[in-house]
Structure formats: C-alpha cells, structure tokens
Design a protein around this ligand. Structure first.
Ligand SMILES: Cc1cc2nc3c(=O)[nH]c(=O)nc-3n(C[C@H](O)[C@H](O)[C@H](O)COP(=O)(O)O)c2cc1C
Length: 151
C-alpha cells in the first residue's frame, strides 16, 4: 500500500487530530496518506480511490458530525459506483450515549450500499474510556492495513 486517503468528519476537531496522527503513522511506514475533510471532498472522485480510511465521530443523538453530514448526503444523492473501492472505518464516540458510535455505522452502511468493500473490523474510540484517541486509532490502523495488500 503506497498511497491512500484519510477522510475525516468532525464536529469539534477530535476526528481531525486522529486522522492527522493516523496519516503520520502511515507515512512513517512508507505510505503516502493524504488527509481531507469530508466536507471538502468531491464524492465523484471516490470511485477512483483504491483505499480510503474513514475517521468520523457521532454527534447530536447518533447523528453524523457537521463535516460528515453533507458528504453522506452527496453520496446518497449522486450514488457513485464504489465497487472498486476498499475502506477501513474508525469511529469516535462516547459510550455514555445510548447512540454510541452510530455515526460510523451510518457511513459504513452508505459505503457498502454503494459497492465498497470494508477491510478489517471497524475501530472505535470511547471518550468515556480515558484512552487517547490517536493511540487507539494508530494501533487499529496498523492491524487493519496488514489485511490491505493491494487487490
Ligand atoms: C453534544 C454532543 C453530542 C454527542 N452525541 C454522541 C452520540 O450520540 N453518540 C456517541 O457515541 N458520542 C456522542 N458524543 C461524543 C463525541 O462523539 C466524542 O466526544 C468525539 O470524540 C467527538 O469527536 P469530534 O470532535 O471529531 O466531533 C457527543 C458529544 C457531544 C458534545
């Protein structure tokens, strides 16, 4: 895996920090990782990606955060063919909410409905755990990417 895109969706910035730390860890291992805010990413470009890493929080009552909601709406509207796209997904949430980490589940469903293939298990950060989100995400991504040999 030489190049991939890390797409983050955030409300208060945690997912952005995690995305940047994940990209930095990947770069250390020789993978070029471009970090892009979901709200700035044209969904019609997605079909040309080989592998994307989604990093997204949950807000409101199980909703997508501000920068992920328009991205998902654009996907639902323009329905790009993602059958050649592989993705890994990491969610940030807080288990004190009944709607724990529903945001990443929503986005995952949208991707698979458009034909994309998920690699590995979804990763989760629980704000109630006291763990550092980047530490959890970097450990997760290293596990997931061992599964991501080029298709
Ligand atoms: C107003 C508010 C609503 C939230 N709602 C949820 C929720 O429904 N489910 C969940 O798992 N986490 C929820 N969280 C926790 C956030 O997802 C968590 O703090 C996360 O780290 C925020 O990441 P972000 O800064 O990238 O948006 C909520 C947090 C706040 C402040």
């Amino acid at each position: 895996m030489n190049k991939l895109t890390v797409l983050f969706g955030t409300e208060s910035g945690n997912a952005e920090l995690v995305a940047e730390d994940v990209a930095a860890a990947l770069e250390e291992n020789g993978t070029t990782a471009e970090v892009v805010d979901m709200q700035d990413y044209p969904v019609d470009d997605l079909g040309a990606e080989d592998l994307v890493i989604l990093v997204v929080s949950t807000y409101g009552e199980g909703d997508l955060p501000a920068t992920a909601a328009p991205f998902r709406e654009a996907l639902v509207e323009s329905k790009p063919d993602l059958s050649g796209v592989r993705f890994a997904a990491f969610g940030l949430g807080d288990s004190t909410y009944e709607t724990y980490n529903l945001g990443v589940a929503t986005l995952r469903s949208t991707f698979t409905a458009l034909g994309a293939t998920q690699i590995g298990e979804t990763g989760y950060h629980d704000a109630d755990s006291g763990l550092n989100p980047s530490d959890v995400a970097v450990a997760w991504v290293n596990t997931v990417l061992t599964l991501a040999a080029p298709a």
